[in-house]
Design a protein around this ligand. Structure first.
Ligand code: NAD
Length: 498
């Protein structure tokens, strides 16, 4: 018997017609652990209707009451984070300590949203013109759709949902069909925290559910995170339908190592950021750019560290790296190892023969290292999204920068150096949205905002933080004068300030 995972609509589980569904794997065994329902027209309509019906009550709920629910949710999330981490590991495969890290970063976003009363304050200009006051009010957009990827099934929904709710919107969340259970757990915790029915709904499914949200006239905005082709499609389709959209896409993150860098620290960072979560992070380092003459020594140090990594079932505390998420993804990632070899890159460590502490049926691929990767090779051009790290060589800082800036993606990047002037020059010249200086995974804290440049983000708002609040509100500016006789009389001229 496998579990069945259904939608969460109007404050309770919603089975729907369940005409279509998908398999949810346990990636460490390769077995199907559950079946998830895929929404059709009926379920989409029900979810949006529930969110629409809940909107007047929720947008009219005081800031104090909304914030209290967010605080209560935060407490429940802290209390039950281990349970949630286990759910993430069971469907995603990442090791439990890594899942706990994802939840810790998610909690930061809930804490940020708890500051709504301060963050939603408008401006007030007394006597902007004689006897006239001008002020601004930030109001919710209405029903918003959140569409999330498989790789952070708890954190990415919580990049958006708390801020959207804090701003007075109601939400339909469409999580990844590969690891859907975390979203239901989150919705249940929100209900326990006192969130009224219909304010947060979870709609499971695939393209049909996504298209339903993109086309629904009552959905006013879409926050999307996923691969670049789908992000572009979501942006184009939803904007064509008149919605506000932020669509975060894929990545190919470069870590530049200058000759003066501490090579042990750089090798530690490359291995941690390259193979954490089996490389299934949009901020994973996938290309190390070694600036001459440090390439050979750096590759040797990275390979030494890889040899000590323990690959295994994420539920075992000894495992440092888990399996890939699905069989199909495993096959795709493995095909890039073949492609790298065919293209002439040097295969320094081959993860295909890795020794694993887990079931043989799991979707295993060990850490893989290529050296002498060139920009025209598929291992360089494509986002692999697995434990495959490429090293490219550059003969100068300028050549390294040119490589990073020529890449179509611009999500994250890092520079490793002890030279402050070089780091400062890099932060100024690099065309990437998030930059680390001796920090390999520069995910901004919750009170900044997260987002890449170029093909890594479509739309103009980054996720969470101040830009998140901006995205989930629209501003009204009120110009007010209380009647007095000083402005009596007809005047057809355009109003001037006096
Ligand atoms: P994906 O694009 O396959 O799926 C993302 C979402 O889109 C899912 O909810 C999925 O159901 C839906 N979807 C898939 N195909 C669709 C289609 N044809 N039409 C409409 N909707 C569709 O991405 P994924 O494999 O789940 O996640 C990995 C990708 O997400 C990587 O490319 C990674 O870089 C990216 N990502 C980016 C960020 C970021 O902040 N930029 C963060 C996390 C992940």
């Amino acid at each position: 018997m496998t579990d069945r995972i259904s939608h969460w609509i109007d404050g309770k589980p919603f089975a729907g017609a369940a005409q279509r569904g998908g398999d949810v794997f346990d990636p460490a065994t390769g077995e199907v652990r559950a079946k998830v329902d895929f929404a059709g027209e009926h379920e989409i309509a029900q979810a949006v209707a529930a969110a629409s019906a809940a909107l007047p009550g929720w947008r009219g709920t005081s800031l104090a009451a909304r914030t209290r629910i967010l605080f209560a949710f935060r407490e429940l999330l802290v209390a039950r984070k281990h349970e949630l981490a286990k759910i993430v590991t069971s469907e995603h495969g990442k090791v439990e300590s890594d899942a706990a890290g994802e939840i810790a970063r998610a909690i930061e976003n809930v804490e940020y949203a708890c500051g709504a009363a301060q963050l939603l304050k408008g401006g007030f200009s007394e006597n902007a013109s004689t006897g006239v006051d001008v002020y601004s009010i930030a109001q919710p957009l209405g029903v918003v759709g959140v569409i999330s990827p498989f790789n952070f099934p708890a954190m990415v929904p919580l990049w958006f949902v708390p801020n959207a709710l804090a701003c007075g919107n109601t939400v339909v969340l469409k999580p990844s069909e590969k690891d859907p259970s975390a979203a239901n757990f989150i919705a249940e915790l929100f209900a326990e925290a006192g969130l009224p029915a219909g304010v947060l709904n979870v709609l499971h499914g695939d393209k049909v559910a996504v298209d339903g949200l993109l086309e629904h006239r009552d959905v006013k905005a879409i926050s999307f995170v996923g691969s670049t082709p789908i992000a572009r499609y979501v942006y184009e389709t939803a904007t064509r339908n008149g919605k506000r959209v932020q669509a975060l896409g894929g990545a190919k993150n470069h870590m530049v190592v200058l000759p003066d860098a501490d090579l042990d620290l750089a090798a530690d960072a490359a291995v941690s950021a390259g193979f954490g979560s089996a490389g299934e992070r949009c901020m994973a380092v996938s290309v190390v750019v070694a600036v001459d003459p440090v390439g050979d020594e750096l590759v040797r140090k990275i390979a030494e560290r890889i040899a000590k990594l323990r690959v295994g079932d994420g539920r075992k505390p000894t495992s440092e790296m888990g399996p890939l998420v699905t069989r199909a993804h495993h096959e795709r990632v493995e095909s890039y190892v073949d492609a790298g070899v065919s293209a002439g890159a040097t295969l320094v460590v081959d993860g295909r023969g890795v020794e694993v502490d887990g079931e043989p049926g799991g979707f295993w691929l060990g850490p893989t290292l290529f050296d002498h990767v060139r920009p025209e090779m598929p291992v360089y051009t494509d986002e692999i999204f697995g434990p495959v790290l490429s090293v490219a060589r550059a003969d100068s800082y300028e050549a390294a920068l040119e490589l990073v800036n020529a890449n179509a993606y611009g999500n994250g990047t890092a520079i490793f150096t002890g030279d402050g002037a070089a780091a400062r020059r890099f932060q100024n010249e690099v065309e990437v949205g998030m930059v680390g200086i001796n920090v390999p995974i520069p995910v901004p804290v919750s009170y900044y905002s997260f987002g890449g440049w170029k093909d890594s983000l479509f739309g103009d708002s980054h996720a969470y933080g101040p830009e998140g609040f901006h995205f989930f509100t629209r501003t009204k500016v009120v110009t007010s004068r209380w009647p007095d006789r000083s402005h009596a009389g007809v005047n057809l001229g355009f109003p001037k300030n006096s």
